[in-house]
Design a binder for this molecule. Structure first.
Ligand code: 5GP
Ligand code: ZN
Length: 122
């Protein structure tokens, strides 16, 4: 845990969030400023700054995170199948548009049109 990290504080329950999923390694909650009808953030409990800070030793938990993202999407309003679907976004670094320096996946979905706010989707 990083002392001054917002998402570490959220996963630890020190800052309230609308939780949709939790296990020993991951935590998922609704984005406070949704850009789509479904907008969930999925984070590892381990403090990892971004996708620029992972290597081969992280492949197993990153794979689990991707599989978990689909499960969370389908259980929280994203329609399965080719006519439904969802978008996964991992902003990384300043030029990637990352605001919170704790690795996270945006899970975006639901009926179109989505909000114009383009940050996670640009
Ligand atoms: P980033 O730009 O780092 O990829 O995305 C950070 C996301 O975190 C943004 O979509 C923003 O709305 C969301 N966010 C920022 N602060 C909070 C907060 O305190 N609670 C929740 N639930 N989401 C937050
Ligand atoms: Zn953190």
């Amino acid at each position: 845990m990083s002392q001054d990290c917002l998402f570490c504080k959220i996963t630890a329950g020190e800052i309230p969030s609308k939780k949709v999923y939790e296990d020993a390694d991951f935590y998922a909650f609704h984005d406070i400023n949704p850009a789509a009808p479904v907008h969930i953030l999925l984070v590892p409990k381990k403090h990892v700054i971004s996708m620029q800070h992972v290597d081969d030793s992280d492949a197993a938990w990153l794979g689990k995170m991707m599989v978990l993202a689909t499960k969370i999407a389908h259980e929280n309003g994203c329609r399965p199948g080719p006519e439904g679907g969802f978008r996964l976004v991992a902003n990384s670094g300043v030029e990637g548009g990352q605001e919170i320096d704790h690795l996270h996946l945006h899970i975006l979905g639901g009926a179109r049109p989505w909000a114009k706010r383009a940050a996670p989707a640009a």
